[in-house]
Design a protein around this ligand. Structure first.
Ligand code: CUA
Length: 325
């Protein structure tokens, strides 16, 4: 069907065909019921039209069995759509734990991307075929929105917090990438490509260019990975002075903290995710873990988005191998 009319973009991610199937189902249900309602309105208007001045119609009587059956049928149909949609929504919003993470920063008017080994690129995203990829996204200025039609994924990219999308490409090729939130004069030119490559080609591409200096430019080599850069900043900024494994440390030990539930001084419970870490670094007094004093300095204005993402990447990495938190 797609090849005939070309109404839909290619189905290039693991979720594309499922999204399209749900879309098609809702579309068919909508069309069928719209036509049915329009037909019945016209049909009954004609059938029960007033035929003469002294036309006295019989009072209507309700067929309660028919009404209950119709109600039950619609309930099942609509709840079916709801649960089907909810299931896909959750699937589309919960990246697998082994997903490869790429950092995305939107900026008037370009997409900046960084791979796990530190390699950066602009407006083109290279990803390996058949590997789940999670994008952690933020903006340096205004609201953007990240959209890859062929993958059926889209999410707003906001200043001051992280949002994410994930996908698993199932077809090698080159796909459109759009900004879909009006973000200024050059919004319509804030576009790019996603290159889905065979894993071996991706590995080769990743290793092209090896100097740290090159990695600061677009399309540069690996250089310093976000985790390594974060570890360096963690030491340079003095974080390690309080966040260490010594008993009596002034700040919580961060090893294994990511994803954990922590009780705050006001009794509320917070799950430690990217946005919590972000807030706790930039505005450290906002939510303090119970048992600690609010003595951490505020880092807002002292570090940029890149550095913040690197520190968070480092803290997350402590879950896997952390002994030096
Ligand atoms: Cu960025 Cu529109």
């Amino acid at each position: 069907m797609n090849s005939v009319f070309n109404l839909f973009p290619e189905q290039a991610s693991s979720i594309s065909s499922e999204i399209d199937l749900l879309y098609l189902f809702i579309l068919i249900v909508s069309v069928v019921f719209t036509l049915l309602a329009a037909f019945l309105v016209i049909f009954f208007a004609v059938k029960y039209r007033r035929r003469s001045e002294d036309d006295r119609p019989e009072p209507p009587h309700a067929d309660s069995k028919l009404e209950i059956a119709a109600g039950a049928f619609l309930l099942v149909l609509l709840m079916g759509m709801f649960f089907w949609g909810a299931k896909l929504y959750f699937k589309g919003n919960r990246p697998p734990s082994d997903a490869m993470e790429v950092l995305v920063t939107g900026k008037q008017w370009m997409w900046k991307l960084q791979h796990p080994n530190g390699k950066r690129e602009i407006n083109t995203l290279h990803v390996p075929l058949g590997v789940p990829v999670k994008l952690t996204m933020t903006s340096e200025d205004v609201i953007h929105s990240f959209f890859i039609p062929a993958f059926r994924v889209k999410n707003d990219v906001l200043p001051g917090r992280y949002t994410q999308v994930w996908f698993e490409p199932v077809k090698a090729g080159r796909y459109d990438l759009f900004c879909t939130e009006y973000c200024g004069n050059e919004h319509s030119r804030m576009v790019g490509w996603v290159e889905v490559m065979e894993p071996a080609d991706y590995e080769r591409w990743l290793s092209i260019g090896t100097t740290a200096a090159a990695s600061t430019a677009a399309g540069g080599g690996p250089g310093e990975s976000p985790v390594d850069a974060g570890a360096r900043l963690f030491a340079e900024l003095g974080c390690v002075t309080c966040h260490n494994q010594n008993s009596g440390a002034l700040g919580p030990n961060l090893t294994g903290v990511f994803g954990r539930e922590e009780t705050m001084t006001d009794g509320s419970v917070v799950t430690v995710d990217e946005n919590y870490l972000r807030e706790s670094i930039l505005n450290s007094q906002a939510k303090i873990v119970a048992g600690y004093a609010p003595i951490m300095p505020v880092f807002k204005g002292l570090i940029n988005e890149d550095q913040l993402a690197q520190i968070i990447a480092y803290i997350k990495s402590l879950n896997d191998n952390g002994t030096d938190g």
